[in-house]
Design a protein around this ligand. Structure first.
Ligand SMILES: Nc1ncnc2c1ncn2[C@@H]1O[C@H](COP(=O)(O)OP(=O)(O)OP(=O)(O)O)[C@@H](O)[C@H]1O
Length: 224
């Protein structure tokens, strides 16, 4: 589905070049759940940002469904990422002035009429168990409810790959388990998932753990 070969990312800060990712090789197969683990600053979020198209590698190859990203027109590339991948964040990133329903509808508001999006959004809100919270605002929700709202929002575009950055980082154990159960169901239904986390309980649900250290993949362990 997505292959990274020798992906390197560096930033120029003042006169220095800082290497954030170095020669990352990673093959993400359709339907698998990969967990990225590694110390703080090892490059997990940066790698997710490369996978979501937010950052382009400085060197190396990113193959999207067999096509080299470098050979794609910018509009095709943007369209690929917009329609194939969605992200979930530790801080939820819901818009405070909008209701649960409005937040979940947001990704498609620029592209479709609201009347066309509303029923899909409501189905997803039901899916994450929040139908009774439709018109509530983020500040009226618990952390777990906010994260379930953000997952519903991420699913609105029917992505093939879900990229999650510390999705349970702000949650207590019960809410973490709810989110993990939801992610596991989505995975069983065929969604490809990549999660960056420090939490071993999250990693245990995945097919594969990829360890990052200083921007390099240090090992990959296959779980039974
Ligand atoms: N725009 C930038 N300019 C310069 N350095 C950056 C930039 N973005 C990230 N970095 C650096 O890249 C390194 C990797 O950051 P990243 O956020 O990917 O790590 P991480 O593994 O996700 O960390 P954490 O577990 O703390 O979230 C860090 O040293 C960070 O300071």
């Amino acid at each position: 589905m997505i292959q990274l070969e020798g992906v390197t990312l560096s930033y120029g800060v003042e006169k220095e070049t800082i290497l954030i990712l170095e020669g990352v090789d990673l093959n993400i197969t359709s339907g698998e759940w990969i967990t990225l683990m590694g110390p703080s600053g090892s490059g997990k979020t940066t790698l997710l940002n490369v996978l979501s198209g937010l950052i382009s590698p400085s060197a190396g190859t990113l193959m999207l469904e067999g096509a080299d990203m470098k050979d794609m027109k910018q509009a095709d590339r943007q369209n690929y990422f917009r329609t194939n991948s969605s992200s979930v964040y530790q801080q939820f990133r819901l818009l405070p002035q909008f209701s649960v329903l409005e937040n979940v509808m947001l990704p498609l508001v620029p592209y479709k009429k609201k009347s066309e999006i509303e029923s899909s959004a409501k189905k997803l809100i039901e899916r994450v168990g929040l139908s009774h919270r439709l018109m509530h605002f983020p500040h009226q929700l618990s952390g777990g409810e906010q994260q379930r709202t953000s997952i519903a929002r991420a699913l609105l575009t029917s992505p093939k790959i879900l990229l999650c950055d510390e999705p349970t980082g702000n949650l207590d154990t019960k809410n973490r388990d709810n989110i993990l159960t939801l992610l596991s169901k989505l995975h069983q239904e065929g969604l490809t998932i990549v999660v960056a986390t420090h939490d071993k309980a999250v990693a245990q649900r995945s097919d594969r753990i990829v360890h990052l250290k200083d921007g390099m993949i240090s090992e990959g362990i296959l779980q039974s």
